[in-house]
Design a protein around this ligand. Structure first.
Ligand code: PXL
Length: 281
């Protein structure tokens, strides 16, 4: 079988594992060739660190893509995460047009917010740009905060039920994506997981694991990378969300047990062997 290739478009945070520094190793471990387009270079991610540098790479996007167009580059998936500017959100439409072939899956993780708040670099206008990008995706993977910004609904905090989640999933799918995976969903104290909706089948899937106390940076990016690894390894959506949940919580559990500072990211490296096993089952 031909090796699959992903093009992933996110920032490089030099310290504090997230975005490209987790997507690359996870997709590689899953046997997927991973091409990258860095959106910005930061000394650290923007959550929990202060004084970080931020070099916006927007002006490099078009020349890089123009060069690739001379290569007849084929990709099985395009996966966007943390973007550096509103202009980049618009440039992604051109990237999707130029590199999306038959069968290419476009996954948009609207990495811009968590816990009811936008990340420091972003405002409401950026959030609406992310909504527009989600319209062009096949699969989106927001958390509940991002879903609220995209749909311009109040953030429900922990005050929601299954009908609310299913309505939210349907509203997100109505924007365009055929499949929606909502992360950080909990209906029961001590449990946390993901809810997914497949528009063509009009079906919902859920998967929960134990909730580990604390806030762990970069876990949304780890989740989306593992989700895409599952999808490209031909897993049905229900299996892909389960594998991504188990992988992510495994990394969180290890990090909690080691009591390391969670802003540096979670120990997903020691879970890669387990991920490979889950993908091979
Ligand atoms: O994990 C999401 C993320 C990615 N990239 C940067 C971030 C964050 C979250 O804070 O700051 C630069």
């Amino acid at each position: 079988m031909a090796q699959k290739r992903v093009l992933t478009i996110q920032d490089i945070s030099c310290v504090g594992k997230c975005s490209l520094t987790v997507a690359l190793p996870i997709l590689s471990a899953a046997g997927i060739e991973t091409s990258i387009l860095p959106t910005a270079i930061l000394s650290t991610h923007t959550g929990g660190f202060t004084g970080y540098t931020f070099r916006d790479l927007t002006e490099d996007v078009v020349p890089i893509a123009e060069h690739w167009k001379t290569l007849d580059l084929k990709v099985d998936a395009i996966y966007t995460g943390y973007l550096g500017s509103e202009e980049q959100q618009q440039l992604m439409a051109d990237i999707f047009r130029d590199f999306k072939g038959t069968g290419t899956v476009v996954l948009v993780d609207p990495a811009m917010a968590d816990n009811g708040k936008l990340y420091p670099a972003f405002d409401e206008k950026f959030a609406l740009g992310m909504r527009d990008l989600c319209k062009r995706a096949d699969i989106i993977a927001p958390n509940l905060t991002e879903a609220s910004y995209i749909l311009e609904k109040p953030y429900p905090g922990e005050d929601y039920d299954q009908p609310y989640i299913e309505q939210t999933l349907r509203e997100l799918a109505a924007l365009g994506p055929a499949q929606v995976v909502l992360t950080g969903v909990s209906f029961e104290k001590g449990k946390l997981g993901a809810a997914a909706y497949d528009r063509a089948l009009d079906s919902f899937e859920y998967y929960f694991t134990e909730r580990v106390e604390g806030y762990y940076h970069g876990t949304g990016d780890i989740y989306s990378s593992a989700l895409l690894a599952g999808i490209l390894n031909e897993k049905p959506l229900a299996d892909a969300i389960r594998i991504a949940c188990e992988f992510t919580v495994g990394a969180i559990r290890r990090t909690r047990a080691a009591a390391t500072d969670p802003k540096y990211g979670v120990d997903f490296e020691h879970e890669l062997a387990a991920l490979i096993t889950l993908l091979g089952e």
